[in-house]
Design a protein around this ligand. Structure first.
Ligand code: HEM
Length: 355
């Protein structure tokens, strides 16, 4: 998962490195990745994600050692012994987001009714509150998987060259897109299971009975609200399609599967399908919100509801992406990724990078 913009994620290192590090790795590790190694040969770019994967000490260990008893513990560096080093940052971000969204939702949906109306809504915590936290974290993590690609493209456009290193923070972020995407998918899948469990809950059954009783009291024959029916049909449908696409992305991010795909196929899945999935998730949230945007009751304690908060970042990323695929920008970025440099960058820089 995470965008496979070779040209984006690759971009930065050639200025300083004579040979991409991915080309110097153990042949066995990358022999199967023909389209990737071809790119190494052209020396146009360094694929940061892949070079990182290929030269990963763990991968090398796996390639070199067949038996766990052959391991020479003295040669294993501290880095190799770390537990899930690539997952640390995304996991920390996911955890922090979860805590923040939990506190926010708890204050609005549990504490507010208790303090203001003496209503006990604590039963909402295990399912309803958690099922706000999960989708909010999911959509934010998915956005964090696609945001660095957009930032990198903007940076390359601004610099007019790909032969310059990205700042370290962007580099690290780019290398963690897969993990952000997979954690987002995990939270999205959990959200789907939680959502589909709603009608099973006892609280829901009691509420349904109460609503039916109220309806009889009011002598209303039907409680069918056409626009509400459409709203729910549409946003659940969009959620299901989005989740199915995210599942394809997750499967394609398994190295064995990814390696069996051509560059174009891999790029199509991780970049095009990925953006489509993010788009569907965003529309799913917007349709869920429907006309609640103008409902003042949603602004509990003057705070906006979570669906308004979380939809801003993905909308901004998708909008930027839409602008960047306009011909005036996309043609320029394509040229840059093929090695072209804007006139203000040629001269000393060009000589240096091709040394
Ligand atoms: C089978 C797939 C899905 C189903 C059935 C589904 C269903 C739902 C339901 C029932 C809600 C309303 C929750 C509530 O108010 O208690 C909701 C809200 C939401 N969903 Fe989904 N969803 C699915 C997939 C996704 C995916 C893949 C994402 C994004 C990664 C997502 C993001 C959201 C967001 C951000 C909200 C608004 C939460 C809030 O109020 O803050 N959903 N969805």
């Amino acid at each position: 998962m995470g965008e496979n913009h070779n040209c984006v994620r690759q971009s930065s290192d050639m200025a300083e490195e004579e040979m991409p590090s991915s080309c110097t790795c153990n042949g066995n590790v990358w022999a199967t990745q023909q389209w990737r190694s071809m790119e190494c040969k052209t020396k146009l770019n360094v694929d940061l994600q892949l070079s990182n994967d290929n030269c990963d000490p763990d991968n090398l260990e796996r390639a070199n050692y067949y038996d766990v008893y052959d391991w020479d513990s003295a040669s294993i560096t501290h880095k190799k012994m770390e537990l899930f080093p690539k997952w640390r940052l995304p996991a920390k971000v996911a955890f922090s987001l979860s805590v923040l969204f939990f506190i926010y939702t708890f204050l609005r949906e549990v504490l507010h009714p208790y303090l203001m109306h003496k209503r006990n809504e604590f039963y909402r915590i295990p399912i309803l509150v958690i099922n706000k936290v999960l989708p909010d974290v999911a959509i934010t993590l998915l956005t964090l998987a696609y945001l660095p690609g957009v930032l990198a493209t903007i940076l390359q456009l601004h610099r007019g060259t790909k032969y310059r290193r990205f700042p370290q923070w962007l580099n690290t972020w780019m290398l963690r897109r897969k993990q952000f995407g997979l954690l987002g998918f995990f939270a999205g899948a959990m959200h789907a299971i939680y959502s589909l469990s709603y009608p099973m809950r006892r609280s829901y059954r009691y509420k349904l009975l109460n609503w039916a009783y109220e309806q009889v009291q009011q002598q209303r024959e039907s409680s069918w609200i056409e626009h509400d029916v459409w709203r729910m049909e549409i946003y659940v449908c969009l959620g299901i399609i989005a989740l199915a696409i995210l599942a394809i992305l997750a499967v394609a991010s398994i190295p064995a599967v990814g390696n069996s795909l051509s560059w174009r196929e891999y790029n199509f899945i991780q970049s095009k399908l990925g953006h489509i999935a993010l788009f569907l998730c965003t529309v799913h949230t917007l349709v869920f919100a429907w006309n609640k945007w103008v409902d003042v009751k949603q602004f509990i304690w003057y705070t906006p509801p979570t669906f308004m908060v979380v939809v801003l970042l993905p909308s901004a990323v998708l909008l930027s992406k839409a602008v960047l695929i306009l011909p005036c920008f996309s043609k320029r970025i394509q040229k840059i990724r093929c090695g072209w440099e804007s006139s203000k960058r040629t001269g000393t820089r060009c000589v240096l990078t091709h040394l």
